[in-house]
Ligand binder design. Structure first.
Ligand SMILES: *Cc1c(COP(=O)(O)O)cnc(C)c1O
Length: 359
């Protein structure tokens, strides 16, 4: 980048964020749902898009009214449109949360290791970014969390539950204690909520008690709609109204709104594969442990495992065998997304071969 451009100093030398998008047979690196939509869903999406195509000369519904109502219906918990907001992926929702509640002089706190996009939203909105450490088993350590909240007085707390890249869910008592202590907005990022194990409650159950709680969800993972770019948040009307102030006008295209509504209407079918993916996840955790590796408990559609002296060599060895996973998380760990049974077979075979070679 030319030195003459007035680039913000914090952006100098920074590379664009993102995992490598490589064309390999087995892609298990960005936690997508491996199953595409059925022909029936594809046909309904095509019909819905055709339905709005004739009106694309007009701007879309700025308030995203119908989709927000549908999303509220999907979430339940007595929510309605005034308490739900949608945007281009939950990434945009969280950026809007920081546009509204972060900014110069404001602080955002999270618990590391966690989602690598959070500091990027903070940088983009000039929000001060701080982290407190998770425990050795990647739980949010309540004492550490309360200490950090007391010390930093953050305007925004981000808690991913289940967390990426570790797969760890936050227990409900910890969520409550953080909501009780936090002076600002508490964002619980439930991108992987549909994959959590039985008995793990959602933070949605706490919304009525905490108007400063915002629970974000996405259609990118369980809903198998990563290409559609739809994320959403449930909170109080006050928080939603703040997001309506910072959003760009017409931020969610008419096509996106139509596609998302069709996907929601087919939620039963699209979510049907979730049980299968959860079962594969549990099988993968057990298999890794039987091989003598460490695998973090996971409530998501991926598993963090290790530990390797040279994790890059293991990642590269898998890639050489056509299996792309993610080099992320604490030093020595790798993350594999849960794919189809065939893809997981390919992963296991490749990993066995790589570890044999390493010996
Ligand atoms: C994948 C993911 C998201 C979702 O991002 P979208 O923008 O909705 O695709 C959000 N949070 C975490 C922790 C994720 O891993």
């Amino acid at each position: 980048m030319s030195a003459a451009l007035p680039l913000r100093p914090e952006l100098r030398g920074v590379q664009p964020y993102g995992a490598p998008q490589l064309d390999v047979p087995v892609q298990l690196n960005v936690n997508e749902n491996p199953y595409g939509p059925s022909q029936r869903v594809v046909d309904d999406i095509a019909t819905a898009v055709a339905g709005v195509a004739g009106e694309l000369n007009r701007y879309p519904d700025r308030e995203v009214s119908l989709l927000r109502s549908d999303l509220a219906g999907y979430l339940g918990h007595g929510l309605d449109r005034s308490r739900v907001w949608a945007a281009n992926g939950s990434n945009e929702v969280m950026q809007q949360l920081l546009q509204a509640f972060g900014g110069p002089g404001h602080t955002a706190l999270s618990f590391a290791p966690t989602y690598s996009m959070y500091p990027e939203y903070a940088r983009g909105t000039s929000t001060r970014w701080v982290t407190a450490p998770r425990s050795n088993s990647f739980q949010v350590d309540l004492d550490e969390a309360l200490d950090a909240i007391g010390r930093e007085r953050p305007e925004v707390v981000f808690m991913a539950s289940p967390n990426n890249p570790t797969g760890t869910a936050v227990d409900i008592d910890t969520l409550k204690a953080v909501c009780d202590a936090a002076p600002g907005v508490v964002v619980v990022d439930e991108a992987y909520a549909e994959f959590r194990r039985p008995g793990t409650p959602s933070a949605l159950a706490l919304l009525d008690d905490y108007p400063h709680l915002a629970v974000t969800r996405t259609m990118s993972k369980a809903f198998a709609l990563a290409g559609g770019r739809v994320g959403y948040v449930a909170s109080s009307p006050e928080v939603i109204d703040a997001l309506r102030v910072v959003r760009l006008p017409y931020h969610l295209s008419a096509v996106t709104q139509a596609v998302a509504r069709v996907a929601l209407a087919h939620s039963g079918e699209l979510l049907a594969r979730v049980d299968e993916l959860r079962a594969q996840r549990d099988v993968t955790v057990s298999w890794l442990r039987e091989r003598g590796l460490t695998a973090a408990d996971s409530d998501a559609n991926f598993v963090l495992f290790g530990t390797f002296v040279d994790r890059h060599a293991v990642w590269q060895g898998l890639l050489d065998r056509g299996v792309l996973i993610r080099e992320t998380g604490p030093e020595g760990w790798l993350r594999v997304s849960i794919g189809t049974t065939d893809q997981m077979d390919a992963f296991r075979q490749a990993l066995v071969a790589v570890l044999e070679e390493e010996k």
